[in-house]
Design a protein around this ligand. Structure first.
Ligand code: TYM
Length: 328
């Protein structure tokens, strides 16, 4: 039997190159080797306020993006989290074996809590437990994500092991898949921060739907380091980040890239990188627009059905293990 993958993206903000290079791209590469489930995690998106019409539109747009980057619905299952009720149900069960201190430790929670100060939503606090439910419901072996999700994966593994120990073998304990290059693409306007959908400074992230002029402008204004040389040097994070994007989009080796830019300046790197990105985004955006509404409806309905059948099986086992029975 093939091993399983599960991963997801939140349909909030604008999906950017970091999401693609850190996650989506690897989903495409792994999907033929594994039985794959790719979720649009809209229940995670509502942990911060969302405009309902916009959330609905973003959810469908993200499904189009999944298809356009190369997720093949013939071999992979694409579905919307809220279409499968077991995600929320299992999250509740897992809440009951999770400790407050485990969630208080989560870096993403701490960051978000710092920004909101008072009245941090319970949803934001509980976010990693819902994520664990997403993964464990499908008995996933592998979870391809960017580096920022590593801690959430560790919690998922801990919860799976705890449940298995206390209630008997139930969940497969998943491994993260974090790519060696591209797991943490940095903001163009602040290379000490990751490229992020929720960044107030829009120039920091290249959206997969950005038009050519926007892409050129964002790269032109990207922060650089002092110095002149164009080399992969960790001590110069801004240039390192631009070069990493260039490497992943062109498929060239680091040596080839350094040789190509030898003797050239930062302006040249930025303008070539902009053109490489535009050429990557052009066909992608065409494919996004080409997905018809009916096709999308059909795919998401089929995806939800396939996902439900597996989620239901796991959740039935969980209920049995825990003694959650009612009328017989
Ligand atoms: P989200 O929506 O923030 O991001 C989606 C994916 O993109 C990766 N990513 C990045 N990779 C490299 N560089 C960056 N700057 C960058 N920014 C984001 C993320 O690591 C992620 O893989 N909690 C998840 C969504 C989720 C999930 C799941 C993932 C919910 N349930 C179950 C896997 C399995 C999140 O907020 O991703």
């Amino acid at each position: 039997m093939k091993k399983r993958i599960l991963s997801g993206v939140q349909p909030s903000g604008n999906i950017h190159l970091g999401n693609y290079l850190g996650a989506l791209r690897n989903w495409v590469a792994l999907q033929h080797e594994y039985e794959s489930f790719f979720c649009i995690v809209n229940l995670h998106a509502i942990t911060v306020p969302q405009d309902p019409a916009e959330l609905a539109a973003k959810t469908r747009e993200l499904a189009r993006i999944y298809l356009a980057v190369g997720i093949d619905p013939k071999v992979s299952t694409i579905f919307v989290q809220s279409d499968v009720s077991q995600h929320a149900e299992l999250a509740w069960v897992l809440n009951c074996i999770t400790r407050m201190s485990e969630l208080e430790r989560m870096t993403q929670f701490k960051e978000k809590a710092r920004r909101q100060r008072e009245n941090v939503g319970v949803g934001i606090f509980d976010y990693p437990v819902l994520m664990a439910a997403d993964i464990l419901l499908y008995q996933a072996d592998l979870v391809p994500v960017g580096e920022d999700q590593k801690q959430h994966l560790e919690l998922t593994r801990d919860l799976a092991e705890r449940f298995n120990r206390d209630y008997g073998e139930t969940f497969r304990v998943p491994e993260p898949f974090i790519p060696p290059v591209g797991a943490r693409i940095m903001s163009l306007s602040d290379p000490t921060k990751k490229m992020s959908k929720s960044d107030e400074d829009e120039r920091g992230a290249i959206g997969l739907l950005d038009d050519p002029d926007t892409v050129r402008n964002k790269f032109r204004r990207a922060v650089t380091d002092s110095g002149m040389e164009i080399r992969f040097d960790q001590r110069r994070p801004a240039i390192h980040n631009l070069l990493t994007i260039y490497q992943l989009l062109t498929g060239q080796t680091r040596e080839e890239i350094e040789a190509h830019f030898s003797g050239r300046g930062y302006a040249q790197l930025k303008s070539e990188l902009a053109e490489v990105t535009i050429e990557f985004l052009r066909p992608l955006q065409e494919r996004i627009r080409a997905v018809g509404d009916d096709e999308l409806n059909r795919l998401l309905a089929e995806g939800a059905e396939r996902a439900r059948s597996i989620a239901a099986e796991t959740y039935r086992l969980v209920k049995e293990r825990m003694g959650l029975v009612g009328a017989r």
